[in-house]
Design a protein around this ligand. Structure first.
Ligand code: PLP
Length: 709
């Protein structure tokens, strides 16, 4: 059955008349008045509210909740995205677009427009009663009807600011592409104004509602017109004209076609800052993870805390919205707070277990799935963090070989064996530090040297199979060969690559199977789980080797992992992410080329692009990256140098991001030319979490050092 919905878009932050939907008429908010009237529409199966996820819209959300009205909360900046996702979320086939500035919308008018569309949906793409020029219905009786598939097309293709803000511009501005039809009123009533855009409009609505209240009428459109025509009513006349509200976004369209080299205005962050001050008094560094601390995001400019996230977006405590490319250090591959994954975890906690006293079959279900997907996974065991399983892998290798030394390449977590070999080694005994040796990616001779310097002593070679540079000259095959030759265990640390480059990890992508491998981050879309898997004879070491903790087998997370993997397979998420990653990387490089900026580039494989700046004009790479990040975060992009794309990032999100990148690059270029990079940077320099001690200027390795969590 075709599901037809009236979707009301409403938000608190209207520029001309903030909080208008909360204004009260006849003792109730305008939104409620509108909703109650629309209950009489015969053609609508449901009436949905599409509002923003910003805390400022909580009061609107609360009204809807009280009315038991289905609500979707989405983007504040990208109204088309919010609208589309609302319709998709509730499985709507035909949409009647209704705006909250039309509180007296007559349900019979909704039915009239709907009926024209429904009579033969193939005849028209878009039926409305308000399309200019010469619409005849009063301003404030606006209804626009279209199919979900048309809405999806606009969502995918529309790029102009006006098209993203005024959901239906994309259709009616293109009569040559779409079959448009306008429904007209019996007479020209277009000079009557029933919309609420300014405080003075409210007076007319109040008078009309009072009148119908006292005369016991519903207030249909003919009844409204009759009263408006009545000279005795003496209703105030408005000086505002139709379409005024479109002007700002049309001006933005014009601007968007030119490069903006203007520094973006500062964000308002009062509440976020206040909350941060409190956190600092309670929590060392204020955060649980080094990579989430303010020195990773231009302290003084960027938000230091977030309030909520949904899909590709997050909001701070002041309601500022950001497109997020951190994905919380990578896990939320399907987007923040994915409803299906959340439901799977909640259902497991409610109906099965949250923390069972004995092993549960779901553990084996997940193990079977992993064995099917990951070539090295003959047996599996779960951890909570990536560090748990890399450490367990090293311990298994030590137990199996009876050796102590480890060669590593990449970042592998916070435990002594690894972090003791980095600049953050404080607290790690020297004896432990001496057992771990770093080799360099794609430089096989650096590994050879470690193996020959410590003959018969290296238990494990552990590496991230790929970072921002793909393997060259059969690097992975050569590493495998060397480990076999020297009797060391080969461990692929797939904490980042796992479930991102391929469902079977980089080992599937590159066709090299290690002895052991570790997975984590993206496998449960943000729920904490990691996996150690590998050859049976090695994994059986865990019968003696101690890898055991209270929350092993905690069940909602295992349910979340099963659901996440199901969705990744079902929705073919990874090819999509690679496609959008390619767009980001290539689009960034095109922008840099177009602006003749040789010192900025985006590198990396499709699944994980990374932004890099070389030192230029006497400024270090970190100084340039800091100014760039300042400019993008103020324009609504939250990221560090690596860019993680999720399934929730729409093609339009990427388009918007690239436009912002281009504008920010233009600012950086101008600042380098003027010598004003430091003067224009209003926050603190970004800091690597782990310093590269071999280089005084972290330029060549900025990226690598920004990875660790
Ligand atoms: C490749 C790699 N291995 C291991 C880890 C450690 O994982 P966790 O922070 O979950 O302990 C990380 C974290 O960023 C990582 O990127």
């Amino acid at each position: 059955m075709v599901k037809k919905a009236g979707i009301i878009q409403a938000r608190y932050g209207s520029t001309r008349f903030p909080h208008k939907v909360l204004e009260r008429v006849d003792g109730k908010p305008l939104l409620q008045l509108q909703w109650e009237r629309l209950q009489r529409a015969k053609t609508l199966d449901t009436i949905i509210l599409a509002t923003t996820g910003s805390p400022i819209d909580d009061p609107i959300f609360e009204i809807a909740e009280k009315l038991k009205m289905p609500v979707f909360r989405g983007s504040e900046r990208d109204v088309l995205d919010r609208y589309y996702r609302a319709a998709k979320h509730f499985g709507i086939d035909v949409v009647a677009r209704i705006t909250s500035d039309c509180p007296l919308l007559d349900p019979a008018v909704v039915d009239q427009v709907m009926d024209v569309y429904l009579r033969d949906p193939s005849r028209f793409d878009f039926v409305a009663n308000n399309t200019p020029p010469s619409a005849t219905f009063p301003d404030g009786m606006d209804v626009e009807v279209f199919s979900m598939s048309l809405l999806e097309r606009a969502w995918r293709e529309a790029v102009k600011p006006s098209e993203r803000e005024h959901v239906t511009f994309f259709f009616w501005k293109q009569p040559e592409r779409f079959k448009l039809h306008r429904v007209d009123a019996p007479e020209d009533w277009s000079h009557y104004r029933l919309t609420v855009d300014y405080p003075e409009d409210l007076e007319v609505i109040r008078r009309l509602v009072d009148h119908f209240h006292t005369t016991n009428k519903f207030g249909s459109l003919p009844e409204i017109i009759a009263y408006l025509r009545d000279p005795a009513a003496r209703l105030p006349k408005s000086t505002h004209v139709f379409g005024e509200g479109w002007q700002p976004s049309l001006q933005q369209d014009a601007l968007a076609d030119t490069v903006q080299t203007v520094k973006a205005p500062a964000l308002k962050l009062q509440k976020t800052e206040a909350a941060w001050k409190r956190a600092l008094t309670l929590i060392p560094t204020g955060a649980q993870t080094f990579s989430k601390t303010p020195n990773q995001f231009v302290a003084g400019v960027a938000p230091k805390m977030v309030a909520r996230g949904r899909g590709s977006r997050v909001w701070d405590l002041d309601g500022n919205e950001y497109l997020d490319y951190t994905l919380s250090l990578g896990p939320t591959l399907l987007g923040h707070s994915h409803p299906e994954v959340n439901r799977a975890a909640a259902r497991c906690a409610d109906e099965t277990f949250n923390c069972p006293p004995l092993p549960h079959v779901l553990e084996s279900d997940l193990a079977e799935t992993l064995r099917r997907l990951i070539p090295s996974a003959e047996m599996v065991k779960y951890g909570k963090n990536g560090s748990d399983v890399t450490t367990a892998a090293v311990r298994v290798a030590r137990a199996y070989t009876g050796r102590d030394h480890v060669a590593f390449c990449g970042y592998h977590g916070w435990h002594d064996w690894h972090i003791g070999a980095t600049s953050r080694k404080k607290g790690v005994p020297e004896a432990v530090q001496r057992l771990t040796h770093r080799f360099q990616y794609n430089k096989i001779e650096t590994l050879k040297k470690i193996l020959s310097d410590h003959p018969g002593q290296v238990a494990a070679v552990i590496l991230e199979p790929v970072g921002h540079t793909p393997p060259e000259n059969q690097f992975l095959e050569k590493v495998k060969h060397l480990t076999q030759e020297h009797g060391a265990v080969l461990i692929f640390d797939e904490i980042i690559t796992g479930f991102r480059i391929d469902l079977g990890g980089a080992q599937t992508f590159f066709g090299v199977t290690p002895d052991l491998s570790t997975f984590g981050k993206a496998m449960a879309n943000g729920y904490p789980i990691s996996v150690l898997c590998g050859r049976k004879d090695l994994m059986e070491q865990l019968e003696e080797v101690f890898f055991s903790f209270t929350f092993g087998g905690e069940l909602p997370t295992i349910a979340a992992a099963l659901k996440t993997i199901e969705i990744l397979e079902r929705d073919k998420v990874l090819p999509y992410i690679a496609q959008q990653g390619t767009r980001l990387r290539d689009g960034f490089n095109q922008a840099a080329k177009g602006l003749s900026i040789p010192f900025a580039r985006c590198v990396g494989m499709d699944f994980w692009p990374e932004i890099m700046f070389d030192a230029a004009g006497g400024f270090s790479s970190l100084e340039l990256l800091t100014l760039f990040q300042q400019e993008i975060v103020r324009r609504g992009i939250l990221t560090r140098a690596p860019l993680f794309v999720s399934a929730a990032h729409s093609p339009c999100d990427i388009t918007v991001t690239l436009r912002i990148f281009r504008d920010a690059l233009a600012v950086v270029k101008l600042a380098v030319q003027n010598g004003s990079v430091k003067a224009w940077t209003e926050g603190d320099l970004i800091h690597p979490v782990i310093r590269n001690e071999s280089s005084p200027d972290p330029a060549p390795n900025v990226i690598q050092q920004l990875h660790p969590s």
